[in-house]
Design a protein. Structure first.
Length: 198
């Protein structure tokens, strides 16, 4: 799961959505420096990523990628699943997607004092370039994959080439997502309840 999905799954509060985003920007022990709701969502972010990676549908989806690029399939699928969430948004939320995104951006920037340096760098770009809104189009997937590929120390071209696998298997990956996402939502509900009870 990438930014949009994590934020959607934490949509019950703006602090929770910040925590969901921070999961990609703080180290494993970084949650302890934040208040409880933000910290809980940072921890849940990691659980969501692990659950997604291990789910049978995701494992099947990875097998659709060319063997030379399969090691990068997880990154590509995380981004692509945000695209599919945006495509099917009306099935999961009564709120308009663009309104949801703009409200998130606005609330995110009011919490800038809580940003680690890497998010302080990324957040303004996320807003100005509308990273979340770009997922509504497949070209947004390409842009996001390009962006991530530049951060890889090597073989960035293999990640960029996963676009071919996504395009060729679009329908099957889409059907897999529609089966997987309800499982993820149920998992998140259960895990959040457990974390709150601790």
């Amino acid at each position: 799961m990438n930014y949009l999905a994590h934020i959607y799954l934490a949509r019950h509060s703006h602090d929770a959505m910040l925590g969901a985003l921070l999961g990609d920007f703080v180290k494993m022990d970084g949650a302890s420096q934040y208040q409880s709701e933000i910290a809980r969502e940072i921890l849940l972010h990691r659980k969501i990523d692990s659950y997604t990676d291990q789910h049978a549908i995701t494992q099947q989806a990875r097998s659709l990628f060319a063997s030379s690029r399969r090691r990068y399939a997880g990154i590509a699928l995380d981004i692509f699943y945000d695209h599919l969430l945006a495509q099917h948004w009306q099935h999961y939320s009564e709120q308009n997607l663009q309104i949801f995104i703009q409200e998130f951006y606005r609330e995110l920037l009011t919490r800038s004092t809580l940003f680690p340096s890497n998010l302080a760098y990324a957040a303004p770009r996320m807003v100005v370039q509308d990273w979340l809104g770009s997922y509504t189009e497949f070209d947004g997937v390409k842009l996001a994959i390009d962006r991530v590929s530049t951060r890889l120390s090597r073989n960035g071209h293999l990640l960029r080439e996963t676009i071919t696998d996504l395009q060729q298997n679009y329908d099957e990956l889409n059907q897999g997502f529609l089966s997987f996402f309800p499982d993820l939502q149920n998992f998140v509900t259960g895990q959040r309840a457990e974390l709150i009870s601790l």
